[in-house]
Design a protein around this ligand. Structure first.
Ligand SMILES: Nc1nc2c(ncn2[C@@H]2O[C@H](COP(=O)(O)OP(=O)(O)O)[C@@H](O)[C@H]2O)c(=O)[nH]1
Ligand SMILES: [Mg+2]
Length: 462
């Protein structure tokens, strides 16, 4: 996909001005290019921060008419040389830390290109790390996730994956399958000996063990996805039930207008918040009711649209007024969506019996905040079937989850075949299918297409 025998260069720090900015080089010529950049003849000592003066070709130096020396000084920098193979990419890497000015950093990159480096493509440093076996594909994806993390829990999930938690678990399963296939194939290859390299009864047991280990990983995947991707949570209910009050409470920003006038919220008000580790997009809607006002009609239509695409719904009921047809319709409509039902305004005399609702509802008062502390855990429980999202080692991205699901299905077929004493060839074929899917997760077997899609997500310099 990319050539890997040349030396690449890119700015590794984000665009904009800052205290320092880092230019990164990787490849066989990293040391040579870096020496040219700092006008140095002797090699840079490995793993040591070395103070130096960056120079750029005279042609690039504005207003420099003197011709002393080979280049024009441009910045004071710190150069660090990480020799391969124990560098980030597995190749020789040099990091040049200069002052964080986009102009300076661009000049350094141009000078590196003039000295023989090539501008790196998005994700190319991490891609080289993958090709050189420094990390597998799960870890490469974790690098992108770690950089993109928007909540502390997202960062921890990605870090766990980068540290190899998933890689290690998958390797254990792969090793078991490899061993099993080898022994089954030996039995197939030497049928006359009447000797089984593995007891037929042990085959099903071994497969079931691997399937269970993979099943455990998959069991956590829903939680992993929730942390990684976040979810849309829609607040719905009759006008004046207290939806905007709940939105403001959850988001901590008083964006949605709260008034005693029914029909105040006329558009979808959206805010992204961290709810106990889950990155949730909370959407406040207009109360769903019959109306003739054109703006409110549109608002109600938008509320219905949001409801259709919600991952979870907070159904807000007003406990101080009789439930109406719209409330019952909403309860019916959301019966199959993960939801939290709130009976709001518990500070006022109740007009109906919450216990008689027939479904679990949390009594709260958004005015006094009584009972409100139960709201966040209830949302997470509705989305993840548990109240907290900690202990984070989990598959989290859909590519990995799809492949693990495929591997798991193949293992179940293999186990069933082993139990019903189907031919060993059939069992082996299913086990091989499972192994292939697992190898695709880690990238031991993969296509250029998949790699391109994964590394496209990265920025230049990663
Ligand atoms: N007494 C009482 N009033 C509330 C409570 N929650 C909201 N309200 C009031 O009910 C009215 C409607 O609230 P709002 O959040 O705008 O409801 P929305 O129309 O569903 O968005 C406002 O006057 C709020 O101050 C509550 O728990 N108790
Ligand atoms: Mg409102």
């Amino acid at each position: 996909m990319f050539t890997t025998d040349d030396t690449i260069v890119a700015i590794a720090t984000p665009p904009g001005r800052g205290g320092i900015g880092v230019v990164r080089l990787s490849g066989p010529g990293a040391q040579r290019v870096a020496c040219a950049l700092v006008d140095r003849r002797e090699a840079i000592e490995p793993r040591r921060a070395t103070f130096a003066r960056a120079v750029i070709p005279r042609d690039d130096a504005p207003g420099d008419a003197s011709d002393a020396g080979r280049g024009a000084g441009i910045d004071q920098v710190v150069v660090t040389f990480f020799p391969g193979p124990s560098s980030y990419t597995g190749e020789d890497v040099v990091e040049i830390s200069g002052h964080g000015s986009p102009v300076l950093l661009q000049l350094i990159v141009r000078a590196a290109i003039a000295a023989g480096a090539r501008l790196a493509r998005p994700g190319e440093f991490t891609f080289r790390a993958f090709l050189n076996g420094r990390i597998d594909l799960v870890q490469a994806e974790a690098v992108a996730d770690l950089i993109e993390a928007a909540t502390p829990l997202q960062a921890r999930l990605a870090f766990d994956q980068l540290e190899g938690t998933i890689t290690h678990a998958l390797a254990g399963i792969e090793a078991r399958l490899f061993d099993l296939v080898a022994r089954l194939e030996a039995s197939i290859d030497f049928p006359d000996e009447g000797y089984h390299f593995i007891e037929p009864a042990a085959v099903a047991r071994e497969i079931a063990g691997a399937a269970d280990a993979l099943g455990a990983l998959l069991g956590d995947a829903g939680r992993g996805r929730l942390i990684r991707e976040g979810r849309h949570v829609i607040i719905a209910g009759s006008p004046n039930a207290g939806k905007s009050s709940i939105f403001n409470y959850l988001t901590g920003v008083y964006r949605a207008i709260v008034t005693p006038h029914a029909g105040t919220t006329r558009d979808l008000v959206t805010e992204r918040v961290d709810v106990l580790g889950a990155a949730l997009t909370i959407v406040d809607t207009a109360g769903v009711r019959e109306t003739t006002h054109p703006v409110e009609r549109e608002a109600v239509a938008r509320a219905r649209g949001a409801l259709a695409s919600a991952d979870a719904v907070i159904v807000v009921l007003d406990r101080s007024r009789q439930l109406g047809g719209a409330d019952r319709a909403l309860l019916d409509e959301t019966a199959r969506t993960p939801r939290v039902i709130l009976a709001n305004k518990r500070d006022l005399p109740g007009a109906w019996d919450v216990a008689a609702l027939g479904v679990e509802a949390i009594e709260v008062s958004m005015l006094t905040r009584e009972g409100a502390e139960a709201l966040r855990p209830a949302i997470v429980r509705a989305l993840a079937s548990r109240e907290d999202l900690r202990d984070t080692a989990a598959l989290s991205n859909i590519r990995q989850i799809d492949l693990a699901t495929r591997a798991h299905a193949a293992l179940e077929r293999a186990r069933d075949a082993a139990i019903t004493s189907a031919s060993e060839e059939f069992v082996v074929a299913e086990l091989q299918a499972a192994r292939e899917a697992l190898e695709e997760i880690t990238g031991a077997r993969t296509t250029d297409d998949v790699l391109r899609r994964i590394f496209e997500r990265f920025c230049v310099g990663k």
